[in-house]
Design a binder for this molecule. Structure first.
Ligand SMILES: [Zn+2]
Length: 271
């Protein structure tokens, strides 16, 4: 599932292709991914120049010279691509934006849970969707305020997009592992030092993931993500990924708030 790091990678790709370019044509191959009437989308996009790109959590915004924003959400399997000639169109391209020089930018989505919609501004969209600040912009003070006095478990609270936009399931597990905090700690019980560790870990995990362009296999071996067995472990034939990189304890998998959660029972004490 495209999480914040993937969407940031998509944003950089689109920024390179689309900034200051004019969209001359919109091709809709499957209207299922449109959250707006096709005519409204066409009117907002065709003839408009892309004046900027933004990201808030897992939402990507194209600022249009018409004053509107095109919002891309990638659902379960969304991706972006580019092609020139029809035979090269990526499989599962649902919508394509054609530029004046003939390049086409594709919104690709095999499972079609992604959506394209319009918004008046990022702030407007944020209010409507009740999203907190982007997880990369979340300040220590904001995090302190969000946790203070809360009886909720730490993991479900961090997943709540009103606290910060873009903290998804594996990201929260990795953040808690790096901060050495148990996912079932009561949020309000964290000491100021622990909140500071948590804040630093959010920055570390997101920055690492963005720098690796969301290629999980390239993450440092000190990351818990390898225990999720999504991909071959960096050291082939090794079973090490099932164990904590710090103390070689077996990683525990448990459901917390209904979500699969991985943690080290030694590094992340329940208290
Ligand atoms: Zn450990």
């Amino acid at each position: 599932m495209p999480e914040l790091p993937e969407v940031e990678t998509y944003r950089r790709f689109l920024d390179e292709l689309l900034l200051h370019q004019t969209i001359v044509q919109l091709d809709v191959f499957d209207a299922h991914v449109l959250a707006e009437p096709e005519a409204a989308l066409r009117q907002a996009v065709v003839g408009a120049t892309v004046t900027g790109t933004r990201r808030l959590g897992k939402n990507l915004f194209l600022e249009l010279s018409t004053g509107r924003m095109l919002v891309l959400h990638f659902g379960m399997t969304g991706d972006v691509g580019a092609y020139r000639d029809e035979p090269d169109r990526p499989r599962f391209t649902r919508v394509a934006f054609e530029l004046a020089d003939g390049l086409r930018v594709a919104f690709i989505d095999p499972r079609k849970f992604g959506r394209l919609r319009l918004a008046d501004s990022v702030a407007d969209f944020q209010r409507q969707k009740k999203l907190g600040p982007d997880a990369l912009d979340l300040t220590l003070a904001e995090l302190q305020t969000a946790l203070r006095g809360r009886k909720t478990l730490l993991k479900p609270l961090l997943l709540d997009q009103r606290l910060a936009a873009g903290l998804g399931n594996w990201i929260v597990d990795e953040v808690l592992f790096q901060a050495r905090l148990h996912p079932e700690r009561v949020a309000g019980s964290l000491t100021p030092a622990e909140v500071a560790q948590l804040h630093a870990a959010i920055g570390l995990v997101l920055t690492t993931a963005i720098e690796a362009e969301a290629r999980y296999r390239q993450f440092p071996t000190s990351f818990l993500i390898h225990a999720r067995e999504w991909d071959a472990y960096p050291v082939p034939g090794s079973e090490a990924y099932k164990h904590c990189p710090t103390d070689q304890q077996a990683i525990v998998k448990k459901y917390v708030g209904g979500r699969a959660t991985y943690y080290c029972p030694v590094c992340q004490k329940e208290q």
